[in-house]
Design a binder for this molecule. Structure first.
Ligand code: F6R
Length: 586
């Protein structure tokens, strides 16, 4: 959610920052901008729209030090003037986060002053300029002490040949080069740097081409670990895929296998954390929460331990009951999602244990957790989560088996056997007719029972977010308790039916839809279901596999459905309107 990049060194900074912004664009794409320092002068270009809207403008920026920003609007609509960097006096600043007391600060320090933008970020650069008397560090310290909310800030100053950085509750990572240094919102954007430092909350850093000095909030010099950057480059290569979404769905089979190997190295630590635990809460947002719904069922079905799944934004405000025997699994692709990170912090502060289930080894979530169940999906560029969801489900399946005391090699074998079935499904799926039905519909409902219901929630979210077609994911048994009123000839109901003992009940629900003239489709691996509904519902046949693992396959069908429907409606599946990856604000 908003990407910040900074460079200082011997090369043309604007080009390097531009490339960094391209790599971070999934964090927001409402507007973009770069400010460059040249002979003590600051030059800024910024535009509403995507990073490429800066093409042709950056050729005028010659300096060797620059900051850049790609925005997901919070305060103030997407526009040229609301785009970052914001400039005041000798400073140009980029910001990721939200300043909650911005109006208060404006009243207190800038009464009668007309701001250039409607953003909360501008108040930061104005405060820094106000407090600046030749000492950048003090100006930053004084500003930071007034800010409420979250920020990762990078700035350039006409008097200083380098970058200044400060952060609280949003990520800022320093990358080290040879005679040059970098700052960025996440590690994959720094993949050309062999080593990195992850700044801590309250840190203020001065970065020059020759070195990095880090201070705490009282301006005491601190040493922060310089670690090897293991992040894979966020490859912008699409290969033969027209979109990242398709590329990433095709990476699902590898994600399953890689998550298994990563889990193997993490299992011992996870076992240690499990000691004394008698209650499991799984939390996350959006797709990660939907994976948590499956995780809950895995814990119950496999380990026989009651588990709860809670939306992180609800969990953190409901005064949750957590004690030292409670384990919270915090699921997050980015490891940065504000609600999930805060939920995990809260659980720890109440004495609970936390395991992060995440794709981001350097994230805040990993740092605050007792252990990590790694998701080895690699960087995910498409805003809609696909391979990371499947990786999360695989990690939760492995976790449930560890909890149950099952030999992990056996479960890994099961998952590895499912991986080629996912591949087969993705490669051979015939989804165009159902996508066409959905694209023409007034609403699409996804229905299933038990684990199939969990998959239905994700199918619905995927379709909504990239095609903008309204709908819902529902337990099939609930249909007759309300949703049936919505069914008519213009709606499509997609049933997921993979649990044999529940197949009959689900077929009844399909019949209820058909008798209201609704259109129905069924994603199933059960022959009797196909026979009963042949010619009356659109049937998508998927390969058979152990029942608990069918979600890994059925969800790829729903991901492909969402992708193909979005294409029919001429939506951009990689960058859906109004959204961004990594929701670092509340
Ligand atoms: C949907 C999607 C979002 C994220 C949610 C949590 O496709 O990507 O719903 O799942 O914002 O993000 P993470 O997993 O990074 O915590």
């Amino acid at each position: 959610m908003c990407g910040i990049v900074g460079y200082t060194g011997g090369r043309r900074a604007s080009e390097i920052v531009y490339r960094g912004l391209e790599e971070l664009e999934y964090r927001g794409y409402d507007s973009a901008g770069i400010a460059s320092l040249e002979n003590g002068n600051i030059y800024t270009v910024k535009r509403r729209g995507r990073v490429k809207s800066l093409d042709g403008l950056i050729s005028d920026l010659d300096g060797n030090t620059a900051v850049g920003h790609t925005r997901w609007a919070t305060h103030g609509k997407p526009s040229d003037k609301n785009a970052h960097p914001h400039v005041c006096g000798k400073f140009a600043l980029v910001h990721n986060g939200i300043i909650e007391n911005c109006e208060e600060l404006k009243k207190m320090y800038f009464s009668g002053v007309e701001f250039d933008s409607e953003t909360d970020s501008e108040v930061i650069v104005r405060l820094i300029d106000l407090f600046y008397d030749g000492d950048i560090l003090s100006a930053l310290k004084n500003t930071a002490s007034l800010l409420k909310g979250s920020y990762a800030v990078a700035l350039i100053c006409a008097d200083f040949d380098g970058l200044a950085v400060m952060k609280r509750n949003n990520p800022a990572i320093i990358g080290y080069g040879d005679g040059e240094n970098f700052v960025a919102s996440d590690a994959p954007a720094l993949s050309r740097c062999k080593t990195i430092t992850i700044l801590k909350d309250g840190d203020i850093a001065l970065v020059t081409k020759d070195g990095v000095n880090i201070f705490d909030e009282n301006l005491q010099g601190v040493i922060r670990e310089r670690i090897k950057n293991l992040a894979e480059p966020s490859s912008l290569e699409l290969g033969d895929c027209p979109h990242y979404m398709l590329k990433e769905i095709r990476e699902v089979p590898a994600t399953v296998v890689n998550t298994c190997s990563a889990y193997l190295s993490a299992e011992q630590k996870i076992k240690e954390v499990l000691s004394g635990v008698n209650r499991i809460i799984i939390t996350g947002c959006g797709t990660a929460y939907n994976a948590g719904l499956l995780g809950k069922r895995y814990v119950e079905l496999i380990a026989g331990i009651p588990a709860e799944a809670e939306i992180a934004g609800e969990f953190r405000y409901k005064r949750p009951i957590v004690d030292s025997k409670t384990l919270v699994l915090a699921v997050s692709q980015s490891g940065e999602t504000a609600d999930t990170v805060e939920a995990a912090k809260l659980a720890r502060s109440l004495g609970g244990k936390v395991i992060a289930v995440t794709n981001s080894p350097y994230s805040e979530l990993v740092r605050l957790s007792d252990a990590t169940a790694p998701v080895a999906a690699g960087p995910e560029i498409c805003v809609a989560a696909t391979k990371s969801y499947v990786g999360q489900v695989a990690a939760l399946y492995l976790f449930a088996n560890t909890l149950a005391g099952e030999p992990i090699e056996k479960c890994i074998g099961e998952l590895e056997a499912v991986s080629p079935l996912c591949k087969k499904t993705i490669e051979h799926i015939e989804i165009s007719s159902l996508a066409d039905m959905c694209a023409r519909s007034n609403g699409v409902y996804f229905l299933g029972r038990d684990t199939d219901y969990a998959v239905a929630t994700e199918g619905s979210l995927k379709l909504k977010e990239i095609s903008y077609i309204a709908g819902d994911g529902y337990p099939a048994g609930e249909l007759k308790h309300g949703t049936l009123a919505l069914i008519d000839i213009k709606t499509v109901s997609v049933f997921i039916i993979t649990r044999k003992e529940l197949a009959e009940k689900n077929v009844n629900a399909v019949e209820q839809v058909l008798s209201r003239r609704g259109k129905a489709a069924v994603v199933t691996n059960i022959e009797s279901v196909c026979e009963k509904l042949r010619k009356r519902a659109e049937i998508i046949r998927i390969p058979e596999c152990p029942e608990n693992l069918s979600p890994l396959i059925s969800v790829t069908v729903l991901q492909m459905l969402a992708y193909n429907t979005a294409l029919l409606l001429e939506r951009d599946p990689d960058k859906p309107r109004n959204l961004a990856k990594s929701v670092t604000v509340e």
